[in-house]
Structures are given as C-alpha cells and as structure tokens.
Design a protein around this ligand. Structure first.
Ligand code: ATP
Ligand code: MG
Length: 438
C-alpha cells in the first residue's frame, strides 16, 4: 500500500472505522484489575498525551484470563514518556520503548507506530528521530501494524472505553484469530507471526480464520531467515508458558514443527515431525510444572525435543566408534550444533542439555560406591527425571528407573540430618561442586 494513501486513509478510517465499545458493553472493571497500569495511563493523559492499555493484556482480560503483563501505547515519544516518568528506562533498538517501573510493577510503554514508508515527521507528535522500525504513527496506524485483530484493542482504563479499528472485539467474541491486512504480506513482513498464530491457537483456544491459516504451511520456510536468538525466545514462549502440549499440536497442524526443529525426522511425507511418546510426555510434564509454579528450563526442553535425533545419530556413529559413550557424545555435539543454526540455545542451557543426555549413560552403572556418587551431581535430578520419561516410553528402562528411585530414598535419611548446617547463600559460580543444594 502506498505511503500517502496510508496517511490519507488513516484520517478517514479513524472517524468511520473505529468502534468504541463502552464499559457497559464489555463489562470489565479495569481499574480494579490493574491499578498501577491505570495510574501510568492516567499520568500520561494528565500530561496531555493519549494513552491506552493495549495488546495481550486487553485480550486476556476480555477472555477472563490473568494477563502476564500490561502494555501501554501512547502518542508520547519515548523522550516525552521520560519527562512524565523521569526514572523510566528507554530500551530496545529494533523497537524502542520505555520501561516504567511504577510501585514495583513493570509497565512497557510504547509509542504508536506507523506502518513505515512515509516520513514520520508528518505525524503530529513525531520527534523526528526515526530509528529503524521506530516510525511513529497515529493510534489507528498503530492498530493496523499489530499482528492479529484480537491483539489490537485499545482500552482507556479511565473511561473504560475500548477502541477497535480492526474488528478484534467481534473476533474475540467468536474466538477467531485473524491476521490484520493481507495475510501473506504480513507473514512475509515478519515470519515470527507464523509462530505467534500457532501460539495463540494453542494458548487461547481460538480458531484461525481460513485466510489466516491457509498460507502458513507454504510460508513455514521463511523462519529460516529469522535470527536464531529471536527464535529461541519464541521457543521459550511456545513451550515454557504452560501450554506446550497444545502448542506442539498447533505447530504440527500448521506444518511449522520441522521449520523450527529441522533436526527432527519427518513423519512420512506429511510435513509433520515425528513426535515420540517421550517428547509428548515431557511437554505434558512441563505444563504441569508451570501450572504448579515449579521451575522449567530450556535445557530440559531441548533434551526432550532432540533426544530422538541424538539417539539416531549415535546409532549411526556406533559403527565407526568403539565406545557407545563416545558415539553419544559426538551425536550430542552434532545435533545441538545443527539445531542452534535455527533456534539458538545459550551455552548455559546447552551444557545442561548435553549433561542430561550423557548422564543417561552413567545411570546405567549401578554397582559400587563410585556409581552412587552421581546422586550428588547437581544435575542428577534432571537426568533422573529424564530417565523416568524414557521408562514411560520404553519399559526396558523401568527397572533402572526404579533402582534410582530407591537409591534416592535410601540416601535421604543419611543426608537429611546434615541440614543442620547453616543454610548456604544461594548460587555462586558453578566451579563449586561441594554444594548438594539445587
Ligand atoms: P503474550 O504476552 O501472551 O505473549 P501478547 O499479544 O501480549 O501475548 P507480546 O509479544 O507481549 O504478545 O506483544 C504485545 C503486542 O504487540 C501484541 O499483542 C501485538 O499487538 C504486538 N505485537 C507483538 N509482536 C508482534 C509482531 N511480530 N507483529 C505485529 N505486532 C506484534
Ligand atoms: Mg504481552
């Protein structure tokens, strides 16, 4: 779309196309739900700016879910936000925004973005400092450059009104996921939206509109062009936020799994990845842990995701190596290396992933005092949990799993009186091996 038309249109649309849904219609008492964000919005408004709560937080509130954070959109530039909140931090380069910490709560305040392609100084509040994607725009332009209609609702927590330029309110009511604008263009613009589609289908239980769903499989390969570090962040959002099992189903449905994890084997010619019972079980466990507020780590997730290719590779290497352990070690190296070309895995996690795999080998040894030392290994618990998953998948490991379950139980009475020692300060560099905590 031409830039000028865009600018001209925005004025017309904002009058004719914006819908206002009043508090009486949507029925949310927002002030009661997020007083700190409301205060941030109020302060910006009092300083003469337009400001709204926007994005996932409005969407989740309307769905009766608890938002994980609150985003604010405003016509104030980051510098103007800084005048209202002198202690806020201006962050990000690709996407500059202000982090306002208000009464201990972090609120992300972003300036309305335009679609780009026209000089930002045409906008009333532009400060002329255009940085990469940081092209300021109007409220309506900001709505239209968002990804899905249900993510483009702006709520004024003072009046309770919701502004809707793109039909998001109705889509939310119909549990429909619709990409704003021409789907292929928008996916090409930012292929991470392909993954976000799968994530929202899984997380929110919404059904994609046909035009939103159809292009996804053909465009899956575009993920190849996304920096691995960004894809790692997406993987964490996909799999470590409480709906991993459903997310994998959605990724499979949209033929995105192999684009994200190219080392996995394809199931026939289906375009889907082969999913082992171990992986499925690991994802269900992860979801349970998140639901129970237990910690989850990308290290264990990747261990489960890549275990099958690692085993397959080790099997091949065994013919050329004498030792099973060496074969496993080399396979682990190779598969991690291949995978991180697509989705990164920071070293602090990949070290643990590798350890979980290699410890499977050590867990086979159950005789003698030396074998028992593994119980004090800082990653024993993770390796043991992984063994339990393997036993669920293949009963030949059940006896071994039982052995280590018992070994821990027997270990406990001896070690527990030692807890009399004053508690250690948590966490020092990993070179200290003496601690049996964590
Ligand atoms: P959640 O916080 O549950 O992950 P969210 O929708 O809030 O979901 P964020 O990544 O926090 O997702 O992004 C906040 C908002 O920014 C989104 O609701 C959407 O309006 C916009 N947004 C995020 N990523 C994109 C993108 N890739 N393209 C266009 N708009 C985006
Ligand atoms: Mg969010």
């Amino acid at each position: 779309m031409g830039a000028q038309i865009n600018v001209t249109n925005s004025g017309i649309f904002s009058i004719s196309d914006s819908k206002v849904i009043s508090a009486a219609q949507h029925g949310l008492a927002v002030q009661a739900l997020c007083p700190h964000t409301t205060e941030v919005v109020q302060r910006l408004q009092q300083a003469g700016h337009e400001a709204y709560i926007v994005g996932g937080s409005v969407r989740d509130l309307l769905l009766g879910k608890v938002p994980k954070d609150f985003d604010v959109a405003t016509d104030a530039t980051p510098e103007e936000v800084k005048i209202v909140f002198p202690r806020c931090l201006l962050i990000g380069r690709r996407f500059r925004l202000a982090h306002v910490r208000h009464r201990g709560v972090l609120v992300e305040v972003a300036t309305f973005r335009g679609s780009g392609g026209h000089p930002s100084d045409e906008r009333k509040h532009a400060d002329g400092r255009i940085l990469r994607d940081n092209v300021w725009g109007s409220l309506e332009e900001d709505a239209r450059r968002r990804d899905f209609t249900i993510n483009a609702l702006f709520m004024d927590p003072v009046t309770g009104d919701i502004r809707d330029f793109v039909g998001g309110f109705q889509d939310l009511a119909d549990r429909r996921l619709t990409l704003i604008g021409d789907p292929v263009t928008r996916y090409r613009e930012d292929p991470v939206r392909l993954l976000r589609a799968a994530r929202f289908v899984a997380k929110l239980g919404v059904e994609p509109a046909p035009e939103t769903a159809e292009p996804i499989p053909e465009l899956a390969d575009l993920l190849d062009g996304i920096p691995p570090a960004r894809l790692f962040e997406e993987v964490c959002k996909l799999f470590l936020t409480g709906h991993a099992a459903r997310t994998l189903e959605a990724l499979q449905r949209f033929r995105l799994t192999l684009a994200l994890f190219p080392v996995l084997r394809q199931k026939g010619g289906s375009g889907k990845a082969e999913v082992t019972p171990l992986l499925r079980e690991a994802l269900l466990n992860t979801d349970q842990r998140v639901a129970g507020n237990q910690s989850v780590t990308p290290a264990f997730l990747y261990a489960a995701l890549l275990w099958q290719p690692v085993n397959e590779r080790a099997e091949k290497l065994r013919t050329s190596t004498d030792s099973d352990f060496q074969a496993l070690q080399q396979a682990a190296e190779e598969i991690i290396y291949e995978q991180v070309q697509r989705t990164a895995l920071p070293r602090r996690f990949s070290t643990v992933t590798r350890e979980i795999w290699l410890m499977q080998h050590r867990l086979n040894k159950t005789r003698g005092r030396r074998a028992m030392r593994i119980l004090h290994h800082p990653k024993f618990r993770a390796a043991y949990d992984f063994l339990l998953l393997r036993a669920l998948e293949d009963s030949q490991w059940q006896d071994l799993a039982d052995f280590w379950t018992k070994a821990q139980a027997e270990e406990q009475p001896e070690s527990s009186p030692e807890r009399k020692r004053p508690p250690r300060r948590r966490r020092r560099p990993r070179t200290r091996k003496t601690s049996n905590a964590g």
